[in-house]
Design a protein around this ligand. Structure first.
Ligand SMILES: *Cc1c(COP(=O)(O)O)cnc(C)c1O
Length: 355
């Protein structure tokens, strides 16, 4: 049990108006959670303080060698006024997996959950209630030693900030166009692709820019060695429905093990759909498309939950999926997962936790 000191702001901000579009990641709540780590002392001084800038030495290690991790999950307000978290245990478990990979000290799972619950409770009034909105929770850890040598830091800051976010698709579920990248790669086995760390994102920006210039909203990565096997989308895992079977790349060490991915696999299995986690080559997808059996494609991630894919572009090949519309399974997955998150559907899996 953490003994969390709570210091409330004396100058609370005005809450966003009910019709504010809440552009993703632009508005932050009144408070943040902070905890320090020092070698020898462990994690200490857990506190909730007013949201404010942090002061670091220019030599702080995070600025130079990128030792940082992050997580992303959401809190939802139900119609009867309860606050729910969706599978936070999975995020916390993954956070510590990331920590182990990049030599950041782990945080005891129960302390991590207590920190999330505490900060969400303090800023509960910030959870928006309009259709499709939620409170995005961003825990992260940075290395703070003032040192230019290369080694794991001896000091860290663990911070949780909160951001009310609008509906990812203001006009309802909206298919995205995806660019299959065959030049740049995101990660390789043995690297840090399965860790949730900023370095994976900086590696992806060049291709993201290229895709945008071509009129595509996201990049689908191929494996780093042969540029042949499907990996994942920028911040989403990817699923294909081919001739009735739901297929997604296996967790091979270079893709991020998504919480939404796991939930989608469980639901598809329960619905009696054949599912496969395996290697999928881009040639197989192209062939399925040409045969007319590429039935649905969708991405999965906390931000959008389900992103139906309306078009894939690989080299000179343009592959429309579902005539650019939304597939039946994509829609059903979206309705089911958001239904559970908002407490509107029965949560048979105990996926939600009340704050
Ligand atoms: C966070 C993330 C995902 C999605 O994971 P969820 O737990 O479903 O939100 C997928 N890919 C990458 C690279 C990510 O960072």
């Amino acid at each position: 049990m953490l003994n969390i000191r709570i210091e409330k702001t004396s100058t609370p901000k005005t809450l966003p108006a009910a019709d504010d579009p809440l552009k993703f990641g632009t508005i932050f709540t009144d408070h943040m959670f902070v905890m320090n780590y020092d070698t020898g002392k462990g994690w200490h001084d857990p506190r909730v303080v007013p949201y404010q800038p942090i002061s670091l030495e220019p030599s702080a290690m995070v600025f130079h060698y990128g030792q940082e991790m992050f997580e992303g999950l959401k809190a939802y307000k139900t119609d009867d006024g309860r606050t729910l978290l969706f599978r936070p245990d999975k995020n916390i478990e993954r956070a510590n997996r990331t920590n182990r990979r990049i030599c950041i000290p782990e945080i005891p799972e129960e302390d991590f959950l207590q920190a999330i619950k505490t900060i969400v409770k303090v800023d509960e009034a910030w959870i928006p209630t309009q259709e499709g909105t939620s409170l995005y929770i961003r825990p992260f850890i940075i290395a703070t030693d003032p040192y230019l040598g290369v080694r794991p830091s001896d000091t860290y800051l663990f911070i949780i900030i909160l951001s009310p976010v609008g509906a990812y698709y203001p006009e309802g579920l909206n298919p995205v166009k995806i660019w299959i990248e065959d030049e740049y790669v995101r990660a390789v086995k043995g690297g840090i692709g399965e860790a949730k760390t900023g370095a994976n994102y900086v590696a992806s920006m060049k291709a993201q820019m290229k895709a945008h210039e071509e009129g595509y909203s996201q990049v689908l990565w191929l494996d780093g060695i042969e540029r042949k096997y499907i990996e994942e989308v920028g911040a989403m895992n990817i699923f294909f429905k081919i001739n009735g079977t739901v297929v997604t790349p296996e967790l091979n060490g270079s893709i991020l093990p998504g919480v939404t991915r796991d939930s989608v696999l469980q639901l598809c299995k329960e619905w009696g759909l054949p599912t496969e986690e395996r290697r999928i080559s881009i040639d197989e997808i192209f062939e399925a498309y040409n045969k007319g059996i590429l039935e649905e494609v969708w991405g999965t991630g906390t931000a959008a939950v389900i992103s139906p894919v309306g078009q894939l572009r690989w080299e000179d090949h343009i592959m429309p999926v579902q005539d650019g519309g939304i597939g039946e399974i994509s829609q059903k997955l979206y309705d089911t997962i958001t239904g559970i998150q908002l407490g509107k559907m029965k949560d048979n899996h105990n996926w939600t936790i009340e704050v």
